[in-house]
Design a protein around this ligand. Structure first.
Ligand code: SAH
Ligand code: SF4
Ligand code: F3S
Length: 443
């Protein structure tokens, strides 16, 4: 009987894609996927550290494996991702969670098969973390992808921005852009496997620049030329680095989806400065204007942090104000969470929890009202949706995404398997805050 693996993934798309690569490495070693993390021979926990609740969830999960490991000495538990890139975490694992067999980081995933083999051969605990690997590569990786029709594609690794609240530059190392021809080669390979939609990934895609001097706009134009690709998305844009050339791509590149995730983080110039974001509200609003001029139906989503150290009621109202000015289609809102080792964690004027929660609730109210109102504009119209599978909310409906990334749950006569990855025309019959409902149109 073949050995089985399970991967638990927390965090962002970058982690999701790392897990796809890890699955590929395990399958190359002969392992088969299984759904139960407690019944596998190898379970990998791919961790995130962006906020404190991510830390808590991780340590909670680790605790649950103590008994499994005790009852089955052959079971292997591996931990990877952003948590162990911080020395304090590895120390804590070694001290309090001795049943963790293997620990590796975000920069040396390719090393995992060797660590696993050595663990199985010697029974030794394996730890291998590289703080900042300039040779990080995906060459030779054969990811086991979550979806058949759409794929995550790394274009940059790491981050050089050092926003003062953020742990990512410490867990992912310095920014490095992959060569444009390598990215295009990977995408052409994906097309031959049935992929029609790509999500280009980077912590700041706009600072992409490869050794030959190609920019992010050059990359989008090149991907737009690849036959078989029908939708191009990217994540995440940084208002500091977004270029007019890139914005123009929304007009000139027909496959580029009319959607952008453009984190604003705060609407107050004073707070943006303390966050080290390198733009002010006027510059941000100018970018939004340009985007809407070039691409009138573009959907815009954002990330906002509430309760950053020193945030006054006036600063917060500036955030509410910019949200009302931009009228976001959707927003991810977070309460500021101090991260050890980042500059903001040492700022003295931390905001009390009650104030954070009160502001958070007010912001969510404003954001949800806007999302709901914007979604009403879709009612009665027909949109092209790429079907993804049975809806999480209603097992009689299929869900999919519009070009603008709106989630649509729709009914159809066809079997879900038949529709997966296919373009479907859907008439919107109902608009909610976070999704649209509709029915397939087949004239
Ligand atoms: N590279 C991306 C996002 C990375 S993290 C970017 O720059 O937009 C995703 C989001 O988590 C961030 O946009 C930010 O809003 C939030 N975030 C990061 N660190 C945080 C912290 N310490 N507390 C609360 N939210 C945080
Ligand atoms: Fe973090 Fe800022 Fe880098 Fe995004 S750009 S990953 S928020 S440091
Ligand atoms: Fe989390 Fe690391 Fe992504 S901290 S958000 S998994 S880059």
């Amino acid at each position: 009987m073949s050995r089985k693996y399970h991967i638990i993934t927390y965090g962002c798309q970058m982690n999701e894609h790392d897990s796809e690569n890890i699955a590929g490495l395990l399958e190359a070693m002969g392992y088969k996927h299984c759904d139960d993390p407690y019944k596998a021979d190898v379970t990998v926990i791919n961790t995130c550290s962006v906020r404190e609740n991510a830390d808590k969830r991780f340590f909670g999960t680790l605790g649950q494996f103590k008994k499994i490991r005790k009852n089955d000495p052959d079971f292997v538990l591996a931990v990877c991702g952003c948590m162990p890139q911080q020395p304090r975490v590895v120390e804590e694992i070694n001290k309090r969670f001795s049943w963790v067999d293997i620990v590796f980081g975000t920069q040396n995933i390719a090393e995992f098969p060797r660590l696993l083999e050595e663990r199985l051969k010697t029974g030794r605990r394996m730890r291998s973390i590289i703080a900042n690997n300039p040779d990080i590569t995906e060459d030779g990786m054969k990811p086991v992808r979550m979806h058949r029709h759409k794929a995550l594609v790394n274009i940059t690794y790491g981050c050089n921005n050092f926003c003062t609240y953020c742990i990512v530059p410490y867990t992912r190392g310095r920014e490095k852009s992959r060569a444009l021809p390598d990215i295009c080669k990977e995408i052409k390979g994906l097309v031959s496997e049935g992929v029609i939609e790509v999500m280009l990934l980077g912590q700041n895609v706009d600072s992409y620049r490869d050794a030959a001097g190609n920019t992010f706009a050059d990359l989008i134009k090149a991907v737009n030329e690849i036959e078989g690709i029908e939708r191009i998305r990217f994540m995440t844009s940084h208002p500091r680095d977004i270029s007019d050339d890139m914005i123009e791509c929304f007009k000139t590149c027909d496959k580029l989806c009319h959607n952008i995730h453009l984190p604003v983080q705060s609407g107050s110039d004073r707070i943006l400065k303390r966050m080290n974001r390198h733009y002010d509200r006027e510059q941000y609003l100018t970018i939004v204007d340009k985007l809407r001029k070039v691409c009138p139906d573009i959907t815009i989503s954002t990330d906002i942090i509430v309760g950053f150290p020193g945030e006054t009621e006036e600063d917060f109202e500036e955030t509410l104000d910019i949200a009302r000015k931009v009228r976001y289609d959707s927003a991810f809102t977070f309460i500021y969470s101090p991260r050890e080792g980042t500059p903001a964690a040492k700022f003295e004027d931390q905001i009390p929890d009650e104030v954070c929660h009160e502001r958070f609730d007010r912001l969510v109210d404003v954001m949800n009202t806007i999302s709901f109102e914007k979604n009403q504009e879709y009612k009665g119209n027909i949109y092209e949706v790429i079907a993804e599978g049975i809806s999480d909310k209603d097992d009689k409906a299929i869900s999919g995404r519009t070009d603008g990334f709106k989630l649509v749950n729709f009914t159809t006569d066809k079997a879900p398997e038949e529709l997966k990855g296919r373009k479907v025309k859907v008439r919107i019959t109902e608009s909610k805050t976070f999704s649209l409902e509709g029915i397939e149109v087949t004239e």
